[in-house]
Design a protein around this ligand. Structure first.
Ligand code: Z5A
Length: 211
């Protein structure tokens, strides 16, 4: 049976992925597609509870491996309870972050062994992979500046070196999988970026023949 389309958005803080995921969702909804907007960590009742634990700025003592397990726990629940069942019903799923965030943040950012991350990733994704991933790329200084007016969560409080390592990690991951990733310069205007995303997607949606 053909399934729907699984689209993910990735990037460092302030890159604009949440803005673009929402714009894309509204656009596709208006065009009559069956589409769901979701996020990680989160996306399910259990995932939302895990998200609160992960982002709580009081949880400074969280061990990097505890963090890794919690992101994966949220993902497994998300895949099993929401993403896979809806893809099987031919929905378009738009997820604000997914697997690549773990490799970029816990792998390149925190320095956790990539082989351990790969093992947990296989379990939590249950064989599911995004069809297309938009990486919104921006200098960390610029991204963090966009968020400077609000209170920072536990990960946003990390050093600029951490955010640079995450950004470099994302670019390395994306270059290794050019057939899945579209790298977008996130310095462009909100409207320009949305148009670029729609252009790439139109081709994919026509081609997939499932919708
Ligand atoms: N994390 C992890 O470590 N491991 C994992 O496996 C997963 C996640 C899944 C929560 O993510 C944290 O979890 C995140 C990574 C980590 N940590 N950090 N740090 P989140 O997605 O909930 O939080 P976030 O990354 O900080 O994203 P965000 O708050 O949703 O921001 P954003 O998506 O990057 O940007 P935005 O909200 O769309 O835009 C930010 C502002 O910029 C806003 O005022 C916009 O109006 C403005 N904006 C947007 N686009 C533009 C353009 N093009 N020009 C100018 N201004 C713009």
């Amino acid at each position: 049976m053909k399934r729907g389309l699984f689209i993910t958005f990735e990037g460092i803080e302030g890159c604009g992925k949440t803005t673009q995921a929402k714009l894309l969702y509204e656009h596709l909804l208006k065009e009559g597609y069956r589409v769901i907007l979701t996020e990680e960590p989160g996306g399910t009742e259990i995932g939302i509870k895990i998200r609160k634990i992960l982002l709580n700025k009081g949880h400074d003592s969280m061990h990097p491996l505890t963090e890794l397990f919690l992101y994966n726990a949220s993902r497994l629940q998300h895949v099993m309870e929401k993403i896979r069942p809806l893809l099987n019903k031919q929905y378009i799923i738009i997820s604000d972050r997914f697997m690549d965030s773990t490799f970029a943040y816990q792998g390149y950012g925190r320095g956790i062994d990539i082989n351990l991350i790969k093992c947990l990733d296989e379990i939590s994704r249950q064989g599911l992979r995004p069809d297309i991933t938009f990486l919104l790329d921006i200098e960390p200084e610029l991204g963090l500046k966009r968020h400077s007016s609000r209170e920072l969560d536990r990960l946003e409080k990390e050093s600029i070196e951490f955010h640079r390592a995450v950004r470099d990690g994302y670019l390395e991951i994306a270059r290794a999988e050019p057939e899945r990733f579209i790298i977008i310069p996130a310095i462009r205007s909100i409207e320009e970026i949305h148009d670029m995303i729609m252009e790439k997607l139109r081709a994919l949606i026509c081609h997939s023949g499932t919708l």
